[in-house]
Design a protein around this ligand. Structure first.
Ligand code: ZN
Length: 237
């Protein structure tokens, strides 16, 4: 059976109302906080309380949104074709749409970890309050970090992504949805893979030459889900 990998970025969750780092304005959390301060591995410990305030607010925001048709479609592809879901998104909307074993290469908003004892734990949608909360394993505080990959931080799961991409053959499908190509080298990935490639973004991105893809569909992921499904069926069935 052909393999399918679905690689996604923030565009897919933007349709659920989650603001993204690159398309934020007005009252977006991204406009209220300086990402170079609250998402920066070099300086996060100096800004410990602000970092936790920002991520606590993002968890509350996440609790208030729902998975959309594209998340549900992805969960359906997983059931139907065993699709592997690899996402740059830190939200849990794929899981809430019924998907399992989602590979979060940039970590998870609902998790915390302790850099001191290497514990990782689920925190749900609660605020983290440095005045009362501690690492459940070592009791430490100042190395408790959101389980999200910050700018300048190593992303260990990239290795998994490269290995899985290398494993694809010409009968497999690599679908990429909602990513700007500013973080992952989407153009290079599309150029070098042996798989059939589908790109679906809201609009053309300057960093992604679309002629590297076999199929390109522009629009909102949530609205395009049925069209994308037709294409997937044509390629894999
Ligand atoms: Zn600890």
């Amino acid at each position: 059976m052909p393999q399918m990998i679905l690689l996604t970025g923030s565009g897919i969750s933007a349709d659920s109302g989650l603001d993204t780092f690159r398309s934020s304005g007005g009252q977006s959390l991204w406009a209220l906080y300086d990402a170079d301060v609250v998402c920066n591995y070099e300086v996060w410990e100096e800004n410990f309380e602000l970092v936790h305030e920002f991520y606590s607010k993002r968890r509350v925001e996440l609790a208030g949104v729902e998975p959309n048709a594209a998340h549900k479609m992805a969960a359906e592809w997983q059931k139907r074709y065993g699709a592997e879901l690899i996402t740059q998104n830190v939200d849990d909307l794929f899981e809430r749409a019924g998907a399992r074993d989602v590979v979060h290469v940039h970590g998870r908003l609902t998790g915390l970890r302790c850099l001191s004892c290497e514990a990782q734990w689920d925190w749900g949608y609660r605020p983290f309050n440095p005045a009362e909360h501690r690492c459940p394993c070592c009791g430490g505080l100042h190395e408790v970090k959101p389980d999200v990959v910050f700018f300048g931080e190593r992303a260990p799961l990239y290795q998994r992504l490269w290995e899985r991409l290398d494993s694809l053959s010409h009968e497999d499908l690599l679908m990429i949805i909602g990513t700007s190509g500013n973080v992952l080298p989407i153009a290079g990935i599309a150029r070098h893979t042996r798989a059939v490639t589908v790109l679906s973004n809201l609009e053309p991105e300057p960093t992604i030459p679309e002629n590297y893809f076999d199929h390109v569909i522009h629009g909102r992921a949530a609205e395009l889900a049925p069209r994308l499904d037709e294409l997937v069926k044509k390629i894999l069935d």
